[in-house]
Design a binder for this molecule. Structure first.
Ligand SMILES: [Cu+2]
Length: 263
């Protein structure tokens, strides 16, 4: 974990390119106290250690299915549940779990250093409690992800690909049909891929959405931050440091994970 001294920073974003319903703005001064935060998302190896120690059963395992991006499904994947309205690239896949991210015939072998996915907010909170940690507040997450840069668009600055170099794992090509993987990865990347920000945090934007400790405004969904490997300007530009979304605490998908914080 990384120890951060805390301080006052400008949180949020007034840019009109943000999604109006997301509540990124207005920009306001926020003060956070000192805290610790994981340098990267919790990996499959770490989550496996938690499950081995506790026998934890994830929400996706209880429900018997989870959402997988259609483009990552092995050919012939059977009995996928229909996609939700408006997002035809998702499939509800029976047997998709953190151990089998693309369904029963898949494994995380070779992806031990990739972020755990198909974990709900409940699963993330259970892991954090086991580890003697907690999920970061939104303010802590954004303060840490900004790495000391005031109102920059990304954790490293305002330019998406400085000098032509990719700094995060998002979608390149034509979403949702062609991912050219110009950034080096289609699907998840290892938790410590790319260069960290100035505070030493890896992959705060892109790779996987990260559950946060806070409720969304209305109190039925939990905040998620950072965007994922599926983000692309043509559909979802939430791979920015101020971007946010939410989901119900029992939801899971192949592009959502988490990192922990501690006092
Ligand atoms: Cu996105």
């Amino acid at each position: 974990m990384i120890r951060l001294p805390g301080g006052t920073f400008r949180m949020g974003n007034d840019d009109e390119t943000a999604n109006p319903g997301d509540g990124e703005g207005p920009v306001r001064s926020v003060t956070v106290g000192p805290f610790h935060i994981d340098a990267h998302a919790v990996s499959n190896a770490r989550f496996a250690a938690f499950v081995k120690a506790t026998g934890h059963v994830t929400d996706a395992e209880k429900f018997g299915w989870s959402y997988v991006f259609a483009g990552l499904l092995p050919p012939g994947t059977a009995r996928a549940l229909p996609a939700p309205a408006g997002t035809p690239w998702w499939r509800g896949v029976p047997g998709a779990t953190w151990r089998s991210p693309e369904g029963p015939d898949s494994t995380v072998r070779g992806r031990e250093r990739h972020p755990v996915v198909h974990v709900s907010w409940h699963d993330a909170a259970a892991y954090a409690a086991w580890a003697g940690r907690r999920l970061p507040t939104e303010a802590e997450w954004e303060y840490a992800a900004r790495g000391g840069l005031d109102q920059a668009r990304y954790p490293w600055g305002d330019e998406l690909t400085p000098r032509g170099h990719w700094r995060c794992n998002i979608w390149q090509g034509e979403f949702p049909h062609v991912d050219t993987a110009e950034d080096g990865h289609a699907g998840t990347a290892p938790v410590d891929a790319y260069r960290p920000n100035a505070y030493g945090l890896y992959n705060t934007v892109g790779n996987v959405w990260e559950w946060g400790g806070d409720w969304w405004t209305e109190g039925e969904t939990r905040v998620m931050r950072g965007g994922s490997y599926l983000c692309h300007d043509s559909y979802c530009n939430r791979y920015r440091v101020s971007a946010r979304t939410a989901n119900t605490p029992d939801s899971s998908s192949g592009n959502t994970g988490f990192r922990c914080a501690a006092d």
